[in-house]
Design a binder for this molecule. Structure first.
Ligand SMILES: [Zn+2]
Ligand SMILES: [Zn+2]
Length: 144
């Protein structure tokens, strides 16, 4: 799956609502996915999450975060002051993910696929032409 041609080049910057947590990313994404799983729905208090993954060494996060292990595979870091979920840390793979909504330019990157559409909320209509996967994205996923 190639990166979207409309993606802007790095660096990317962003952070939480209150500004206490900031991040800077120096590499292009290894994937940008829209996840409809129930864990993301609840964790983000949203019908879905749009998140971009990056090689871990390309990421700098400043400010204190709290962390919650939302599943055996994922930790979610959030700002203890405003509650914004900022960083998603998978146990497998040397990468970190960030919701596009936390980017200073939330349109800098474009999503490539929908995953876990088995738990898509039925009133949400998907007509963007992107591939849809009922569960996790197919492997191998694009890696640096
Ligand atoms: Zn904050
Ligand atoms: Zn999910």
């Amino acid at each position: 799956m190639p990166a979207h041609p409309a993606n802007l080049a790095p660096p990317y910057e962003g952070g939480c609502s209150c500004g206490a947590v900031r991040f800077r990313i120096e590499a292009p994404p290894v994937g940008v996915r829209i996840c409809h799983c129930r864990i993301c729905q609840q964790a983000m208090a949203s019908p879905f999450i749009v998140q971009a993954s990056f090689p871990r060494p390309s990421v700098t996060v400043t400010g204190e975060t709290s962390v919650w292990q939302s599943s055996p595979r994922l930790k979610r870091h959030f700002c203890p002051r405003c509650g914004t979920r900022v960083t998603i840390e998978p146990a497998d793979g040397d990468r970190l993910a960030f919701p596009l909504a936390t980017f200073d330019d939330p349109a800098a990157l474009r999503p490539e696929m929908h995953i876990w559409t088995t738990s898509r909320i039925p009133w949400l209509r998907l007509d963007d032409g992107l591939p849809q996967y009922p569960e996790a994205s197919p492997e191998p996923y694009r890696m640096p």
